[in-house]
Design a protein around this ligand. Sequence first.
Ligand code: ZN
Ligand code: ZN
Length: 289
Amino acid sequence: MSTAPPARSGQCAVCPTPATSHCSACKAVRFCSRRCQTLLWPTHKVLCKRDPDVFYIPPLTARELDLVCAHKDRRLDGPGRPTFYEDITQADPQGHPGDVKPWENFVTSITSTEARPRPGFESLAEARDDRFADLTEAYRFLAVLTRPPFAHGIVVERSRAAWYFFAMRAGDARTLYLESWAAGGVDALASDPDAFARDNMWLGAGSCVVLNKLYRQLVVNMTLGTWAILHLGTPRIAPLELDALMATGEQRVLDAVDAADLMPLATRNRFRRELERYFQARQRANRSV
Ligand SMILES: [Zn+2]
Ligand SMILES: [Zn+2]
């Protein structure tokens, strides 16, 4: 596993300007100015001082958890999903067909604040990966629940956690990553001797770990864009500047993929192409607004 710092580590976490300071609390995030630090603060205040090596999504708020619990047996159409969701209690975030995750385990997973191995997992990376998948599923479930027509009769929370929006994008990125592996077939896995040597028995390395840098950048983009616009009503950044910052962040995501050393090259390239398509779709949608 590479421990080399990213090529752009001297830059501000938000914009392409060289960094001149860092968060005094965690010293993990660098900024060029007070303004950039303020722009990232809505999510950094939650992530600050948390495990810097593996992405950490905070658990659902009590209210969000209540909402998920109250509708846990409901079958829903998901965004971009042509088929019904299984009941969330039946959902298998790890993707093993036929597996059923007991509801109690699911709730434990999405409420856990501990980044430590849990029973049933071979490693910390695997447990984190599982929790990440559960949280993503829970937030996606919330997204569907609070969208019409399901929103009828449900109090739609105005102050949704920022993670609600992050989970949509991170979940998509993880899906693209897993699909990139799957597209290579068994041969691609077998041809990479490290694939099964890493601590995730399924994919070689916990996708949460592999995608960590990418997720952190997605948090930056989400904080600047979606969160700022939807939660504050008034964007803090002019549209043209926001678009430029998003493009910078997307390029950093692609750089992170290029620098990844845990994926076979063919997988990395497939994943990169899919991400590029994803970003191009955002840019097209942005232009058409
Ligand atoms: Zn900056
Ligand atoms: Zn900090």
